[in-house]
Structures are given as structure tokens and as C-alpha cells.
Design a protein around this ligand. Structure first.
Ligand code: NAD
Ligand code: DAU
Length: 362
């Protein structure tokens, strides 16, 4: 098993990155130091880790900065000499990539390149480990049958997935050409606490509670494979510790659902946790149940039909398995959003952006 003294985490203020840092320090018992480098885009929130900043001040440090900036990276490396990098930072939302792809090219491709260059220049040959967190979307779209395996040919369709595919290729090329020790994971759709409310699950929960319509793209029959975020975090850490350098691992939840199924299940669970009959927003508009809020809207351009992951490799080689069922994960997620109205208000408010500007001078 590999041990690390100092880890550089990029994008640790985002959804999966913040869950990962919390998992690493609170659950996995990591004893080394964690440097979290994040630019704080609209999706990054330093409050996601305020408990960690308070309780692990001797182990955890947040640095605001852009992964595209080679000088910033070199300075952090000189100050910290990390022996592992876990690279989460990215522009992550498919719809945004369709309407404004430039940032995706910049951060996902140029940013990954800068990080790889920093690792190549600073780590003596064969030392360190660079883990790249990627997505199943690089494989394109499936019909009704079949699964993505690690050897499925890349066929990305959106600017987001194309930029992630490019970054995956760069990571593999640095291993092949320069011998940089890397591992890579391609994961399916995550959900859970701290998920920014532009993505399907948190958007539907918060819209429903606010009595807003639930916009389902196209016919709602597109299929995604859902994984509770903490299971993804455990998988990444398992790869960091025991994965074979140069290898790719698929991570998935064995939990394929149509978007309609997801929205219906969410509505039904919300009826139990916060009944629509007691919700004034719905009452005012004459809606009796959360399901009544569902609205079919224009489809996402180039919308991939189905993703499904074969993750036998990580299961067989590293003994990883998803542990949280979809029903249990959704209950926990709904509970988390109900219990954190301040977080929701903050990430939805313009005042949050002002606060970031004041504190971090962006
Ligand atoms: P997110 O959008 O919630 O967070 C991204 C984080 O990266 C934010 O904190 C943001 O401030 C930071 N960031 C963006 N550009 C940066 C830059 N130039 N320099 C430094 N920091 C920057 O994303 P997420 O959903 O947590 O996804 C994390 C990673 O996991 C991404 O690489 C994504 O492609 C991958 N992934 C996500 C999912 C999913 O379902 N969310 C599934 C598979 C893989
Ligand atoms: O598969 C992994 C990917 O999952 C990650 O790489 C991405 O970073 C992550 O954002 C996610 O991409 P998706 O496009 O699958 O996630 P999103 O939550 O945006 O959409 C999930 C499905 O729900 C998709 O089929 C589009 C649909 N959808 C989404 C939204 C936001 C709707 O029908 N209505 C909506 O309002």
C-alpha cells in the first residue's frame, strides 16, 4: 500500500473535491498534509470545508489559485513538496459547456497540462503519483444494451466531455512518454451533499421545495448510472493507495435510472420528508403534489442517451464496491438539503459572489 506525506488536491472546494477532503481526513484517517488549490469559480465554495479548516488546521491548508498558472503551481510545490496529486479541478457542467465552451478548454485541457508539467519537472523519475479524476462521458453514448469498460474507445460528444477526453489523453501520454506515475478514474454521475444546484438532483430537490417547475429534458428517458459521492471518494483513495501506475479504473454505482425515474423517486421521497400538502409555495399555485411540478422542456443539444459502467476491474483488483443504495443515498441527500438552508441561500445568492470578491480579491 502506498503512503503519502503531502497531497495536492485541486478543486477541493467543489462538490466531489470537498467530499473527498472530508472523507480523507475524517473517515480514512489520513495523517499527512492536504493542500487544496482552488480558483473559486461559481462552483467552488470555501465554506464547504469550514469544519475541516477548523478541526484539521495542522493538516489542511487552502490556497486560492488557478491550475492554469504554472508560476502558482511551482510556488506551491516549492513550499510543500507534495508526493501525490489528486486532480478534481474542472469546469464540470455539460449545459454550460454547450453555451460557453472556452472556460472548459482552458481549465480542463490547459489546466491539466500545467499540472502535468509541474509534476514532470519536479518529481524525480518514477516518484510521486498523479491521479486524474475523469468521467464516463468520454466514452460517448450507449444504446439500450452494453456497458463502458476501460477499453471502450473514446467518443466524446459535448465540449465538456471532449475537454475531459483531451485531458485524459494528456495524462496517459505523460505516463507513456515521460514515465510519470499516473492513475486515472472514469466515474458515472455522482450525487450527495454540497452538489451545486445546477445539476439534476439538487436542482430538482430545491425547485420542488420552492414550488418551482421541474424541467425534464426531452422525453426524460435518458439513462444515467448514479453513485453516492462518498463511494466515489473511497474508490479514488483505494486507487491512490493500491492502484497500478499507468492504469485506468471505471467507477460506477450499478444504479441505472432514467431521468424520469430519478425525478419521480425524488418527488415521492420529498412527500415523506416534507409533504407537499404543508408546502405554502405549492399551495399558493394550486399544486397538490411535487410530481405535479414536472415539466417536459426542450432537449439538451446532443444529449447522450445512456451511460452505463462496467466497474469489475476496480471491484476485482482493488476490492472496491458501492455501499450506498440509490434509495438510501437520495434520502440522505434530501435530508442534507433540508438541514442546510443557509448553504443553499449562500450558493444561490449574488451576495456570496460579493463576499468572495471581498475575501479573496477576485
Ligand atoms: P464542481 O464543478 O463542483 O467543482 C469544480 C471545482 O474546481 C470548483 O471548486 C472550482 O472552483 C474548481 N476550479 C475550476 N476551475 C479551476 C481552475 N482553473 N483552477 C483551480 N480550481 C478550479 O465539479 P465536481 O462535480 O466536483 O467534479 C470534480 C471532478 O470530477 C471534475 O474533474 C469532473 O469532471 C469529475 N467528475 C464529476 C462527476 C459528477 O457527477 N459530478 C462524475 C465523474 C467525474
Ligand atoms: O456522467 C458523469 C457526468 O455526470 C460528470 O462528468 C459531469 O460533471 C456531471 O455534471 C454529470 O453530467 P450530466 O450531464 O449527466 O449531469 P446533469 O445533472 O447535468 O444531468 C443529468 C441528466 O438529467 C442528463 O440526462 C440531463 C438531465 N437534466 C439535467 C438538468 C440539469 C434534465 O432533464 N433537466 C435538468 O434541468
Amino acid at each position: 500500500m502506498r503512503n503519502f506525506e503531502t497531497l495536492l488536491i485541486t478543486g477541493g472546494c467543489g462538490f466531489i473535491g470537498s467530499n473527498f477532503v472530508r472523507y480523507l481526513l475524517k473517515e480514512a484517517g489520513f495523517q499527512g498534509r492536504v493542500i487544496n488549490l482552488d480558483k473559486l469559480t461559481y462552483a467552488g465554495n470555501p465554506h464547504n470545508l469550514s469544519d475541516i479548516e477548523r478541526d484539521f488546521s495542522n493538516q489542511y491548508r487552502f490556497v486560492i489559485g488557478d491550475i492554469c498558472n504554472g508560476e502558482t503551481l511551482q510556488k506551491i510545490y516549492d513550499q510543500n513538496r507534495f508526493d501525490g496529486i489528486i486532480h478534481f479541478a474542472a469546469e464540470s457542467h455539460v449545459d454550460r459547456s454547450i453555451y460557453g465552451p472556452a472556460e472548459f478548454i482552458q481549465t480542463n485541457i490547459h489546466g491539466t497540462f500545467s499540472l502535468l508539467e509541474c509534476a514532470r519537472k519536479n518529481w524525480p523519475a518514477g516518484q510521486g503519483l498523479f491521479h486524474h479524476v475523469s468521467t464516463d462521458e468520454v466514452f460517448g453514448s450507449l444504446g439500450d444494451e452494453g456497458y463502458f469498460t476501460e477499453s471502450t474507445a473514446y467518443d466524446p460528444h459535448s465540449p465538456y466531455s471532449a475537454s475531459k477526453a483531451a485531458s485524459d489523453h494528456l495524462v496517459k501520454a505523460y505516463h507513456h512518454t515521460y514515465g510519470l506515475p499516473i492513475t486515472l478514474s472514469n466515474c458515472s454521475n455522482n450525487y450527495g451533499p454540497y452538489h451545486f444546484p445546477e445539476k439534476l438532483i439538487p436542482l430538482m430537490i430545491l425547485n420542488a421545495l420552492a414550488g418551482k417547475r421541474l424541467p425534464v429534458y426531452g422525453d426524460g428517458r435518458n439513462v444515467r448510472d448514479w453513485l453516492y459521492v462518498e463511494d466515489h471518494c473511497r474508490g479514488i483513495w483505494r486507487i491512490m493507495q493500491n492502484g497500478r501506475p499507468g492504469e485506468t479504473y471505471n467507477i460506477g454505482g450499478h444504479s441505472e435510472k432514467t431521468n424520469l425515474d430519478v425525478v419521480h423517486t425524488l418527488c415521492d421521497l420529498l412527500e415523506e420528508a416534507a409533504p407537499a400538502g404543508c408546502n405554502l409555495h405549492l399551495k399558493k399555485q394550486g399544486f397538490a403534489a411535487y410530481r405535479d411540478l414536472l415539466l417536459f422542456v426542450k432537449d439538451r443539444p446532443g444529449h447522450d442517451r445512456r451511460y452505463a459502467i462496467d466497474c469489475r476491474k476496480i471491484e476485482d483488483e482493488l476490492g472496491w464496491r458501492p455501499t450506498v443504495s440509490f434509495a438510501e443515498g437520495l434520502k440522505r441527500t434530501i435530508r442534507w438539503y433540508l438541514d442546510h438552508p443557509d448553504w443553499v441561500r449562500t450558493v444561490q445568492s449574488g451576495a456570496y459572489r460579493q463576499w468572495l470578491d471581498q475575501h479573496y480579491g477576485q
